[in-house]
Design a protein around this ligand. Structure first.
Ligand code: 7TS
Length: 426
């Protein structure tokens, strides 16, 4: 499969204060206060970053300063603090814009996260575009957040959900994908990186194929934007979603990117303050994008904290982060493959930072609980991707997921922990 590693050469230059030519994860760890914690008396090994990443001091300090010194509501007051807060909030939008190389700042809509971003598109674009017999195409490896919102709107509109199959490695079948697209296909919604398998999907190629048939594409970037350079213009995706908390930012904030022409055509999502130009009891005129989609007081501190996380990320060379994370994943894959009883689930050629596995018939929850006793945090379960589990004929997996602060030493500790699990159960 073609890797979806993009060149972000078009993104504006930023000060790469950490980019010295050799990425130092041990030094990076010093930026994350929580990583010095002990859990059950053991040094924490945090291997659950696909669920949520930890936060660097730059984010914590920025949010503390905002609440302590700069806080007010946005887009409302004439007073100084409101202007400061509004400037910071709108600067945050531009920081996201630069991070994903969007053409215009209005294309950046702040939402709660990927889940809300996809619901927004389903409920606005979907409700407007889908009719009886129309089709929405998703893949076999979607998170529930990129299945259920489409099912809901399909049910309401009499439309049908179609699914791109995958092979036993966890790679999408692109021929089957092309065959699925037809005159009734109104949108393709596909994840960039699978949270359960780690597969990196060839979204650029998938977008090209869909666009040949004038079909718009939403890319779920919840698991990709923290690992891979993202350039929405190069991808040419119509929608792209981000979750701040998976990108070293706070919870409660994320982004829907959409091409302006599409966003302009879409009806509002929620009604309320900020999304209007004028209101009478007879008629309301809506505001322009992005405000049309940002009803009510937004997560101001979240947006500002998210921007601090992106600025932190961009102070490194993303290609160096990528190389480091690839090294850790490869080392983990080799190390865990050496454990006879262990089966890796998800063996795609192109993978990012996720290692799902099963261990004989030991329930993943038991694996997770014993590892926790050794200070090792992993996730166990279906990872909100039940169809993936069904596809592989298993109820659940144990999942180690990596971020820029993980090291080969973390992998060694995981391998030791797995040996302890095996000792308990055999
Ligand atoms: N899409 C993908 C691919 C995801 O991995 C997740 C969350 C979501 C959407 C939803 O993101 P949210 O920020 O709106 O919740 N994935 C996971 C996970 O793998 N473990 O916990 C959450």
């Amino acid at each position: 499969m073609t890797p979806t590693i993009l060149n972000d050469a078009t993104a504006p230059a930023v000060q790469k204060e950490h980019a010295s030519g050799s990425f130092d994860a041990v030094k990076v760890r010093e930026d994350f206060p929580i990583l010095t914690q002990r859990v059950h008396g053991k040094p924490l090994v945090y291997l659950d970053s696909a669920a949520s990443t930890q936060k660097p001091r730059a984010v914590l300090d920025t949010m503390q300063r905002f609440y302590a010194e700069q806080y007010s509501n946005v887009h409302r007051g004439v007073h100084q603090l409101s202007q400061v807060a509004t400037d910071l909030y709108e600067d945050a939008r531009r920081t996201v814009q630069r991070f994903i190389n969007a053409e215009r700042e209005e294309e950046i809509i702040f939402v709660r996260g990927t889940t809300e971003a996809i619901n927004l598109v389903a409920q606005t674009f979907g409700r407007r575009e889908l009719g009886t017999g129309d089709e929405v195409v998703v893949s076999a490896m979607e998170h529930h957040a990129n299945i259920v919102p489409w099912q809901m709107i399909c049910q309401e509109r009499g439309a049908v959900l179609r699914v791109i199959p995958m092979n036993d490695h966890g790679e999408l079948d692109l021929d089957a994908y092309a065959d699925l697209l037809g005159p009734r296909t109104k949108i393709v919604a596909v994840t960039h990186v699978s949270n359960a398998l780690g597969s990196i999907n060839p979204v650029r190629e998938m977008i090209r194929i869909a666009h040949e048939r004038d079909i718009p594409v939403l890319v779920d970037g919840a698991q990709s934007a923290q690992h891979l350079p993202i350039d929405v213009r190069q991808l040419d995706c119509d929608f792209f979603t981000l979750s701040g908390h998976k990108m070293y930012g706070p919870t409660g904030i994320g982004v829907l990117y959409g091409k302006k022409a599409l966003l302009d055509r879409m009806p509002p999502y929620q009604g309320g303050g900020d999304m209007i130009l004028s209101v009478t009891f007879e008629k309301t005129t809506y505001n322009e994008v992005p405000f049309k989609f940002e009803a009510g007081t937004p997560d101001i501190a979240g947006a500002i904290g998210f921007a601090a996380a992106l600025t932190y990320l961009r102070s490194f060379d993303i290609h160096e982060i990528l190389a480091h994370e690839k090294d850790v994943l490869q080392y983990a894959t080799e190390t865990l493959s050496g454990i006879d009883a262990l089966r890796i689930v998800g063996t795609a050629e192109e993978k990012a930072s996720v290692l799902s596995f099963t261990l004989c018939a030991i329930h993943p929850h038991d694996i997770g609980t014993i590892l926790d006793q050794h200070g090792i945090a992993i996730r166990a379960g279906h990872h909100c991707a039940q169809p993936v589990m069904q596809r592989f004929g298993i109820p659940a997996t144990a999942r180690a997921s990596f971020a820029m602060y993980n090291t080969r030493e973390d992998v060694d500790r995981l391998a030791e922990g797995i040996e302890q699990v095996l000792e308990v159960f055999t």
